[in-house]
Design a protein around this ligand. Structure first.
Ligand code: A2P
Length: 270
């Protein structure tokens, strides 16, 4: 249960917990990523849309790890669909980060954020083909998607060659998306959990607080551990060092009974 890595279907390994940088502005990203690296995170998750790639890359570079020791994920902006457009956006990302290759590159969403639900199937297929090329050229170690539902993934399976290696989705206690989890499992797609704390909204929940007390952990640790117990890869994020440290100390087990209770909870954000 306490394995260090998940393994993609192409045998590339990804550290079992990542440091998320969504909503961390470029000015704060350098310090936040440096703190994460200092405290043993070796997997950093960013995106062109977060507008912080430059300082994420600089922090990684200044920390003087060899490139192989660090796992970097970035994402193709949700509104960019198409073959050439994807190649261009990828170049922008590797230039911002100042790296030769990415460990994981994801389509950020199946539709633009200002037009959620729009059918962009053809655009996603063309973007995916560009990502397959980048993968085959050795510029990315693994490729995947984010915020994709079953039908969105199915379109890639039907029209493309490479099965996505990951799907990064909002996942937390109360938002389990069982059908999507089962589908990803069936196709050997690693599910990455973003917003494992429901963007902080679950931290004050009385049931979560009581259960965390029982395990002598914080609510955040219980919630992050829950992701691991559900076989998803948590991407907690914080700009505070004590929390960055705490969010990684999750080597305990949640009992079957408590897991069941957590799985029955309602989504606090609905
Ligand atoms: P901060 O950056 O001030 O630490 P999520 O990962 O679900 O999106 O949640 C992120 C939010 O949770 C951020 O507001 C972050 O605030 C807060 N947070 C992260 N880790 C902890 C923690 N261990 N304890 C309390 N709040 C946390």
């Amino acid at each position: 249960m306490n394995k260090a890595n998940f393994t993609f279907h192409n045998d590339v390994e990804i550290p079992k917990i990542g440091f998320g940088t969504w909503q961390i502005p470029n000015e704060e990203a350098y310090d936040a990523v440096t703190m994460a690296l200092k405290n043993g995170y070796t997997h950093i998750d960013t995106a062109l849309a977060y507008k912080n790639e430059e300082n994420v890359g600089k922090a990684i570079k200044d920390y003087n790890l060899s490139r192989e020791e660090i796992f970097i994920t970035s994402k193709l902006p949700a509104q960019i669909k198409g073959y050439e457009e994807t190649l261009k956006a990828f170049e922008e990302t590797v230039t911002n980060l100042d790296v030769d290759y990415l460990d994981l590159y994801l389509i950020h969403a199946p539709w633009p954020w200002d037009d959620m639900g729009k059918d962009c199937t053809e655009g996603n297929i063309q973007s995916w083909k560009a990502m397959e090329k980048l993968y085959n050229d050795g510029k990315i170690k693994a490729i995947g998607v984010s915020n994709f539902e079953i039908k969105d993934i199915q379109a890639l399976l039907d029209h493309c060659d490479i099965v996505p290696m990951a799907n990064q989705i909002p996942f937390y206690v109360g938002r389990d998306q069982e059908d999507l989890l089962a589908f990803c499992k069936e196709h050997n797609i690693v599910v990455e959990a973003y917003s494992p704390l429901a963007t902080g909204e679950l931290l004050d929940n009385n049931d979560i607080k009581a259960m965390a007390n029982k395990y002598e952990v914080t609510p955040a640790q219980l919630l992050i551990r829950y992701c691991i117990e559900r076989d998803t890869l948590p991407l907690p994020k914080s700009t505070h060092e004590e929390r960055i440290v705490q969010n990684k100390e999750i080597d305990f087990n949640i009992s079957e009974d408590d897991l069941k209770k957590l799985m029955e909870m309602e989504d606090v954000r609905k």
